[in-house]
Design a protein around this ligand. Structure first.
Ligand code: SF4
Length: 536
């Protein structure tokens, strides 16, 4: 039976009168006061209550207290045990959650776990983040016209595994689940395989495999996994989640041959692609050569760009920067593919920016057009010109006219011929001049027979050249410099809010933590702003 206390109606007598004015004021300008004043009566308890009967069953906990406790747990990065203690004993938590009745002050760890699973399964974490963030934006009066977007990598609680380790852990996980759920099938497993992958004791176990032996042991593990896969392919055990994972990992790492002497071979490294499982403990985590392992978190936030600093005691503190959008994606996703979902999210909540600052990963011509189509100006530098990092000359070093034709090369020579086609532009130089040129080794032109030195480039590269030249202007730098502030937000998100050291695994759990910790960071920022306002 659902139970929801009324936190809306004012009390006849102030239940917090006993605190005294100093302690009361401290609470009001802390995260506790922000939560109580702005968010407590906005919690989506009716969505959570949908699974409860009005009349039957034991009364549930006060749903506001449960939802609030789960948010505050993420805000403070606490374990379940620490959270139940805080709900029972911490006066700031009592004030934030309006706990005035003895039964509300007790939550057991199992209750927390059950409600958290219910929230994750129903997607209520997204509703919580969006609804409560919008509430903060409205209450504080945040201007959302200018925002900035960036991404960061977060790692779940997994350890790095070699290919051998992935196969061994997957087999071990399958055997553990098989024993739990299908003991009769488990009894059919070969005793040698059980010793190596279930008991993991004695000769031939994989725990201390030397690097010099790993190639031989990898093939041995692959053959054992193949035997397991084949043994249970037609049985009920094939429906187990761990069997599906074992099958998938075997398929990614190994290949079945027609050779009876060697029925299984190891696939070459990297042939499984970037979508391969990197840890059986967290099949959703991915590997990215540039970003490491884990998940990609996209964060968009508002920002305030004050003009000249005013030395005036009457001036108001700047409004806080609030995170407006959080998305957890596979690490293999490219940043530019995350732009449209981010804009869709803020658009649906009517907090869309007019100007969005983002780094060059979001700065493709396609991204800029998508932003423009929905009235958002994307301020983002173009990607570095091809060859610039290797010290080569680029299109920026040539002088062009308004149509993109080359007027002069970097050495100051005029071309012998230029032409424009629909797909690309072309310029030809005198090979005799180029042969004697000191820039010859760095120049992007290439010899075409003996008659000419040619350089071809697209219209898009002409546009990028114009963008890059504009990016060197003071006007662009002054506008774009505010993007760097999002790096401080990323640092706080990871280190202050604990996203750098997660104790969880899996896409749903990481998403839950990311959303509620971003909301927690917003609450901290509004509390800091309230404190600054109070000291004026
Ligand atoms: S190699 Fe030819 S085109 Fe390139 S800079 Fe020298 S003269 Fe100009």
């Amino acid at each position: 039976m659902k139970r929801m206390r009324d936190h809306h109606s004012p009390e006849l007598f102030d239940p917090w009168e006993h605190l005294g004015p100093k302690r009361r004021r401290l609470l009001e300008i802390s995260w506790s006061g922000v939560f109580r004043e702005y968010l407590l009566d906005q919690l989506p308890v009716s969505e959570l209550a949908a699974g409860f009967s009005d009349k039957h069953g034991r009364p549930s906990k006060d749903l506001s207290v449960v939802l609030g406790a789960l948010i505050l747990q993420q805000l403070h990065d606490l374990t379940d045990q620490q959270t139940t203690e805080a709900v029972a004993l911490n006066i700031a938590w009592h004030y934030a959650l309006d706990i005035r009745h003895e039964p509300d002050a007790y939550l057991c760890e199992r209750t927390l776990r059950n409600y958290r699973t219910r929230i994750m399964e129903s997607g209520l974490d997204t509703v919580l983040f969006r609804g409560l963030t919008d509430q903060l934006i409205e209450k504080v009066g945040i201007d959302t016209n200018r925002q900035r977007l960036d991404s960061t990598t977060v790692q779940s609680a997994i350890r790095g595994l070699t290919r051998l380790g992935i196969l061994v852990e997957a087999a071990s996980k399958f055997l553990r689940e098989l024993k739990r759920k299908s003991p009769a099938d488990f009894a059919e497993v070969d005793s040698e395989i059980l010793r190596k992958y279930f008991e993991r004791q004695g000769e031939g176990c994989f725990a201390n495999t030397r690097p010099s032996e790993s190639k031989r042991r990898l093939l041995e593990a692959a053959q054992d996994v193949y035997r397991l896969v084949e043994q249970f392919r037609e049985s009920d055990a094939a429906g187990l989640e761990s069997y599906q994972l074992l099958y998938r990992i075997f398929d990614e790492q190994c290949e079945v041959t027609n050779d009876p002497d060697s029925p299984v071979v190891i696939r070459p490294p990297r042939s499984s692609g970037c979508e391969g499982v990197i840890s059986p403990a967290d099949p959703d985590a991915r590997y990215n050569k540039h970003k490491g392992t884990g998940y990609l978190v996209q964060i968009m936030e508002t920002f305030d760009s004050p003009g000249e600093p005013v030395d005036d005691a009457e001036s108001q503190p700047s409004p806080p920067d609030l995170i407006t959008h959080v998305a957890v994606d596979p690490l293999t996703m490219h940043d530019q593919d995350a732009l449209v979902p981010a804009l869709d999210d803020v658009d649906s909540r009517h907090i869309s920016p007019q100007e969005l600052l983002a780094d060059s990963h979001y700065g493709s011509t396609e991204c800029l057009e998508k932003g423009e189509n929905r009235g958002v100006k994307i301020i983002s530098p173009a990607q570095t010109a091809k060859g610039a990092k290797q010290g080569k000359l680029t299109l920026e070093d040539f002088m062009l006219d308004d149509e993109g034709r080359v007027l002069n090369c970097p050495a100051g020579h005029a071309p012998i011929e230029t032409s424009i086609a629909e797909a690309r532009l072309q310029v030809l130089f005198d090979p005799v001049v180029c042969e004697a040129c000191p820039h010859k080794d760095r120049c992007p032109t290439a010899a075409v027979g003996r008659s000419s030195q040619r350089y071809q480039y697209t219209h898009e590269r002409v546009q990028h050249r114009a963008r890059r030249l504009h990016e060197t202007s003071d006007a662009f730098r002054d506008r774009y410099r505010w993007r760097a502030g999002v790096e401080a937000t990323m640092s706080r998100f990871k280190h202050q809010m604990g996203m750098a050291h997660l104790r969880i695994r899996g896409m749903k759990r990481v998403t839950f933590s990311a959303l509620l910790r971003a909301l927690g960071l917003n609450i901290h920022r509004v509390a800091a702003w309230k404190r600054a306002m109070a000291t004026r």
